[in-house]
Design a protein around this ligand. Structure first.
Ligand code: AMP
Length: 425
């Protein structure tokens, strides 16, 4: 074992893992592109101020944050939405709206590592910038749902809420900003006991606090909206909005979204619809996606513009797929070329080059291994076939093509090899 270990909370990914990760990443990106989204990429690090402007100074404790050699405060990005909106404000504001953008990238948070929680992890996310809420909220939720369908992850639960409902209650109760923020944080953590303590300290009546807890505990289909009206004792525009959103989602074929008025998204910058997606098989760290509608561009010096977006925790998607036994096809390499003698090597290089140029995945023995060992190596790397060339093959101008699974062999003239593999593909 080397004395050099990777930093805590980081991972190395094996060739097999990377093949699976790229397969899933590709499926997510294909779905986003089918929905009319385009990819963007922003820097891995930003000026610390960007994240402070977005989330407040407490965020610094949760980030990899340092001074660079020029004396600038720099942070490795803890998420990517802030960067995308900064980029929008600086360079994309004049583009036709709405802008539909997606991204995939690594993020860094200084957290206590555990299963499903890392210091370097990956997010796949999408944002619609510039169109008012209902239509883009529905489109973004439909995209998130289709992404999950596209990767075959079925054991998931999408929970949708609206921060306007809590806001209405806060206004009725005439709560100051600090208490509001505390309540949102505790609702997000479902810490109802602590909420009781806070109520006592903030002179919130038992009756009001019970009502609030009843409200944020409401979950279910459209009937949850009716119950929320009863608890509130009035109609509420945000509840009506959620009803209409469910109707829109049904048109998209998304019938499994559940209303959950307890979705509060912690201290994030969301202002309207908010949602989370859980994969129950993950246990404690089961949230695979978080999102909602927000305005952020004005914080970065742009004009206020409505946006809606989400971020999937890519690593948690991979874990959930593994737990649920979702099949990810392994990549088969096509053929491994084995020169049986030194004199055959030159011909083998010509063959492997021709196949590669024709777009066939082809490799060649570099170790001068004997045939048995070379075949075992090809087998271990999952090649579908091997091409064997020795003295007899050179003489006949034909290669022996071996099916690695069945062991069956056939002779294919050198001149026809590329065509043989291209029609086989
Ligand atoms: P957030 O920006 O906190 O809403 O995170 C979006 C998603 O990223 C979450 O739902 C998680 O799936 C994932 N995520 C957040 N933090 C981590 C972490 N430390 N390690 C792995 N995944 C994470």
């Amino acid at each position: 074992m080397s004395e050099f270990q990777r930093p805590r909370g980081t991972r190395d990914f094996s060739p097999e893992e990377m093949q699976k990760r790229r397969y899933v990443e590709n499926a997510l990106m294909t779905t986003a592109r089918n929905f009319g989204f385009s990819e963007v990429m922003t820097p891995t690090f930003e000026n610390t101020d960007l994240f402070i402007a977005r989330s407040g100074p407490e965020i610094v404790d949760e980030m990899y944050e340092f001074e660079d050699k020029g004396g600038r405060r720099i942070a490795l990005r803890p998420e990517i939405t802030a960067s995308v909106i900064r980029y929008y404000v600086n360079e994309l504001q004049t583009r036709p709206k709405p802008l539909k953008l997606y991204y995939m990238g690594n993020c860094f948070r200084y957290e206590r590592p555990q299963s499903g929680r890392y210091r370097e992890f990956f997010q796949f996310g999408a944002e619609i910038v510039g169109s008012p809420s209902l239509s883009s909220d529905a489109e973004v939720l439909a995209l998130a749902s289709s992404c999950l369908r596209g990767i075959g992850l079925k054991n998931v639960k999408m929970r949708v809420g609206h921060l306007g409902i809590l806001k209405g209650v806060f206004e009725e109760m005439k709560l100051d900003e600090i208490v509001q923020t505390d309540i949102r944080r505790l609702v997000d953590k479902r810490d109802f006991e602590e909420l009781g303590t806070l109520a006592a300290e903030s002179d919130i009546s038992d009756e009001n606090m019970d009502r609030l807890v009843d409200l944020v505990s409401l979950k279910g289909g459209a009937e949850a909206i009716g119950k929320a009206k009863e608890v509130l004792g009035r109609a509420d525009p945000s509840l009506n909005y959620l009803s209409r959103l469910l109707e829109r989602l049904a048109l998209y074929g998304v019938g499994d979204a559940e209303i959950d008025l307890g979705v509060a998204r912690g201290l994030d910058y969301y202002s309207g619809m908010v949602f989370e997606i859980d994969a129950p098989s993950l246990g404690a760290e089961k949230q695979v996606c978080g999102g909602g509608s927000y305005t952020l561009s004005e914080v970065f010096g742009g004009e206020e513009v409505f946006s809606t977006g989400f971020a999937f925790g890519f690593d948690r998607l991979m874990l959930a797929m593994e737990n649920d036994g979702v099949d990810i096809p392994s990549a088969k390499l096509e053929t491994y070329v084995i020169p049986v003698s030194d004199t055959a090597r030159a011909k083998c290089i010509l063959i492997v080059s021709e196949l590669r140029n024709a777009g066939v995945s082809a490799d060649i023995d570099l170790m001068g291994r004997k045939m048995g060992k070379a075949l075992a190596y090809a087998d271990s790397l999952n090649f579908r076939t091997a091409i064997i060339v020795g003295e007899n093959e050179l003489e006949d101008e034909k290669a022996t093509v071996r099916d690695m699974a069945s062991g069956e062999q056939e002779s294919v003239p050198f001149a026809e090899l590329a065509r043989y593999f291209c029609t086989e593909l």
